[in-house]
Write a protein that binds this ligand. Structure first.
Ligand SMILES: CC(C)(COP(=O)(O)OP(=O)(O)OC[C@H]1O[C@@H](n2cnc3c(N)ncnc32)[C@H](O)[C@@H]1OP(=O)(O)O)[C@@H](O)C(=O)NCCC(=O)NCCS
Length: 259
């Protein structure tokens, strides 16, 4: 059996800046592929990924992890024109995966929420991605006080009620994407940098504590990969095109001689 995707050119659309820079491709995928495919996906994973999959308590979480790693591998295999199963990852000090022994310069980052995964890919630049389902947050202002900077908390409180949850998740995903671009996880305090969040404001890193030039080194991009979801990408440098495409889990029976 082989798996295929809708060619990017058919599904992609430009959602970001247009001058200079390279291209960031954002792919979104369901983590619940058609049942006939599921049993085959684990075959793409490495031994350590299978061991990790086996440690999940709930089958649904396990299946989603397997689908996420298979999606990541199949996608990278298309960009690198290689076998999904032969790809090797190395991990940063806080667990950020990257291609091992790689000369292509392809960088990527994966995020998931519920049954939706997104993967951002670029060439030659650190990047991070996050995705969240926009949903009501009881005591959003209180949660913001715990996770956001004072400036972000004040801006959020000033956003009128109907738009507040979207603004909350705009900020959340932008902050998380920046942390993921750095690969630092929560080693970097969440209140040590500010992002824009108000509806209509250009996604931007406004300030980082300690290094006045760091904010200018990264650009942020926000988009809706599916209705009701918001994603953000943080990427080193400016002038990037961001394109979005949907991954289709396609079973190619021809490859199995089942025509
Ligand atoms: C991994 C981390 C960076 C994000 O975790 P998360 O929000 O649970 O998960 P996401 O769906 O965004 O991303 C998970 C994926 O990121 C990748 N990843 C793991 N560690 C990473 C790191 N340090 N940096 C970047 N990417 C990382 C992996 O591919 C992982 O998926 P996989 O293991 O299934 O392949 C986590 O360590 C963390 O620090 N989260 C901060 C959460 C938070 O409080 N955010 C507040 C924002 S205001």
């Amino acid at each position: 059996m082989s798996l295929g995707v809708t060619p990017f050119e058919e599904a992609g659309r430009v959602v970001g800046e247009s001058e200079g820079g390279g291209t960031v491709d954002l792919w979104s995928a369901s983590l619940e592929p058609p049942a006939p495919l599921r049993a085959h996906l684990e075959g793409y994973l490495s031994i350590d990924e299978r061991e990790r999959a086996a440690r999940f308590v709930f089958p649904r979480d396990r299946n989603r992890f397997v689908a996420g790693r298979a999606f990541l591998r199949l996608l990278l295999a298309q960009y690198l024109a290689t076998d999904a199963a032969s790809l090797r990852f190395e991990y940063g000090p806080h667990g950020k995966p990257a291609l091992a022994d790689d000369r292509s310069g392809v960088t990527f980052n994966l995020a998931h929420t519920d049954s939706l995964a997104v993967c951002a890919l670029a060439r030659g630049s650190d990047l991070g991605v996050d995705v969240e389902r926009v949903r009501p947050i009881p005591d959003a202002d209180g949660v913001a006080r715990s996770f956001f900077s004072p400036r972000e908390t004040a801006e959020l409180a000033a956003v009128p009620e109907p738009a507040r949850f979207r603004a909350f998740f705009a900020a959340w995903t932008r902050k998380e994407a920046f942390l993921k671009a750095l690969g630092d996880g929560l080693a970097r305090p969440l209140d040590s940098f500010d992002v824009t969040l108000k509806p209509g404001d250009t996604p931007r890193l406004l300030r980082t504590l300690g290094d006045p030039e760091e904010a200018d080194r990264f650009s942020l991009h926000s988009l809706e990969p599916e209705d009701g979801y918001v994603a953000a990408i943080a990427v080193r440098g400016h002038g990037w095109h961001v394109r979005h495409a949907r991954w289709r889990w396609i079973e190619s029976r021809r490859a199995e001689g089942e025509e």
